[in-house]
Design a protein around this ligand. Structure first.
Ligand SMILES: Cc1ncc(COP(=O)(O)O)c(C=O)c1O
Length: 331
């Protein structure tokens, strides 16, 4: 019986534990929700199945962005957008944060809005995964759904319509807001530089709003102009790569500057799905499809390289995509 083997110990206060992956800043450990954003681990991908064909002088690293408290890379821009708008007096107590988002930025706004006392109104295509809708509702966000056939662009148009009719909303507009890419310029890029001891030679990332790519490319190029920047896009407008945009057929984000990329590589949905399985089953990394698309592209790109340190970004993990059929089709 449990009572015979379980001897309760007298109450002692829990010790204050250092947090994993979080270095002390200014001599103290960060304790607030917002302080947990950023400083994500840079993981080396080294399992043979994943890096098959790569020369031994090539190293592949990936930023594990699901370590952010909202579970994705988008905590960074959402926080910077909110702080910048507050500083500029555009977002004031009592106002509602509004944006069009396919999910992760919405989750970040909903989390930060809840913690800061703002209402959050999000416009999103009705076909986003049930997990995402449930998470957004859990944080108390108001959801407005648009026609799935219109994709992310339909949600963007609806957000503009709502903004025009309601003066009490702050339209965060992640697609046109420089505070989006600045978040990466100020944080992600400098972390990558530190975590590779300045040895990075190639940066490869997918693009949705393009904030991740723009901010990292601008800052890392300042730190070392020899670094090559490779953007990743789905190879067709109809694809299964949630979070990524096919720029030739999409409303092009205002913050996007195509001249920042040295090259663009088109990725097939099937290749991303195959890499998602491989990462889960051989690296123990259960990542989202856009992360898998970025890694699949990085591995393909790296085949002919020598003496390279490649860094890519894994925007989120796989939990929000569990209802998608490809995970359930496996033997
Ligand atoms: C899962 C996922 N991957 C990739 C991206 C693209 O990041 P960015 O908007 O910085 O280009 C997003 C953005 O929403 C995302 O949610």
């Amino acid at each position: 019986m449990l009572s015979q083997i379980y001897t309760p110990t007298p109450y002692r206060p829990a010790p204050v534990l250092p947090q994993l992956n979080r270095a002390p800043e200014n001599g103290r450990f960060p304790h607030t929700l917002e302080e947990q954003i950023g400083n994500t681990p840079l993981l080396r991908l080294d399992r043979t199945a994943v890096i098959a064909g790569l020369h031994t002088s090539v190293a592949l690293y990936a930023k594990a962005e699901w370590f952010n408290p909202g579970g994705s890379v988008k905590d960074r821009p959402a926080l910077n957008i909110i702080r910048t708008a507050e500083r500029q007096g555009l977002l004031r107590p009592g106002m509602t944060i509004l944006d069009a988002t396919s999910g992760n930025t919405g989750i970040a706004y909903a989390m930060l809005g809840a913690a800061r006392g703002y209402r959050v109104k999000l416009v999103l295509p009705d076909n986003v995964t049930p997990e995402r809708k449930a998470i957004l509702r859990a944080y108390g966000a108001e959801l407005i759904f648009t026609d799935p056939l219109e994709g992310a662009d339909g949600a963007i148009r609806e957000a503009h319509r709502i903004k025009a009719s309601d003066p009490n909303v702050y339209h965060a507009d992640q697609y046109n807001n420089p505070a989006n890419w600045m978040a990466h310029y100020l944080t992600t890029a400098n972390e990558i530089w530190r975590q590779t001891n300045g040895a990075i030679t190639h940066f490869i990332a997918g693009m949705g709003t393009s904030g991740t790519f723009m901010g990292n490319a601008r800052r890392l190029r300042e730190l070392n102009p020899a670094i090559r920047f490779i953007s990743v896009q789905p190879d067709s407008p109809m694809n299964g790569l949630e979070g990524l945009k096919h720029m030739p057929t999409a409303i092009v984000p205002g913050i996007y500057d195509e001249t920042l990329a040295d090259e663009n590589i088109w990725v097939r949905t099937e290749d991303a799905y195959a890499m998602a399985r491989q990462l889960a089953q051989t690296e123990g990394l259960f990542v989202g499809v856009s992360a898998a698309a970025a890694v699949a592209t990085a591995v393909r790109y790296a085949q002919n390289l020598r003496h390279a340190v490649i860094v890519t970004v894994m925007p989120d993990n796989g939990f929000k995509y569990l209802s998608e059929s490809f995970w359930n089709e496996q033997k």
